[in-house]
Design a protein around this ligand. Structure first.
Ligand code: FE
Length: 192
């Protein structure tokens, strides 16, 4: 990553912020990390082509950097036209910065068991903007490419090695949760 100075700057900031296992003052640290991510996505001239490739069917998650102590990871999300995630959670804090295009984020809440999930907000994220999520304030959402005719790319930072974390996807009709591990498009699961 030394070869990508803009990304290395974010890595350095995050390494200093999250050097302890215990994350104290999460909101304060996320605000500083968010500013560093905002700086990174302000300029769209650094993401190598190999991490910007859409797949005709599935949105792609390319691992850009993984902290050796697994305190955080940085991922490029590449959305083909009209692609969307299932409703999911993260189990760790997350920051999203829009590098190219735009995405739509819908927040969901579980109602009582067996009931349809409730969509509590829908927000657009445009190029250069960031947003944050934390399990402490509810982190269930669905994200979609806002465009039906072009690729969008966002840079995500997570408070752990997100590709290996056991988390959940949800059925909107009844709130039923199913465990999943997302992996990465560019990392062999057996070797990671
Ligand atoms: Fe997410």
């Amino acid at each position: 990553m030394e070869s990508i100075p803009r990304l290395q700057k974010l890595v350095d900031t995050l390494t200093a912020l999250f050097k302890e296992r215990e994350v104290k003052d999460e909101q304060q640290k996320l605000a500083i990390a968010g500013d560093a991510l905002k700086t990174l996505v302000a300029t769209d001239d650094w993401l190598p082509e190999e991490f910007a490739q859409p797949h005709p069917q599935y949105y792609q998650q390319y691992l850009l950097y993984r902290n050796p102590q697994q305190r955080f990871s940085i991922v490029s999300f590449v959305w083909g036209p009209g692609q969307t995630t299932p409703i999911h959670d993260h189990k760790v804090w997350a920051l999203i910065g829009m590098l190219r295009g735009a995405e739509r984020g819908e927040r969901f809440e579980l109602v009582s068991s067996g009931q349809p999930m409730k969509c509590i907000s829908t927000d657009m994220l445009f190029q250069g903007e960031i947003e944050s999520l934390s399990p402490s304030s509810g982190d269930i959402h669905r994200v979609s490419n806002a465009y039906a005719n072009r690729v969008s790319i966002s840079i995500h930072v997570y408070g752990g090695d997100i590709g290996q974390i056991k988390r959940h996807v949800y059925d909107a009709s009844n709130g039923q949760a199913r465990e999943f591990i997302s992996g990465y498009a560019n990392v062999n699961a057996a070797a990671s």
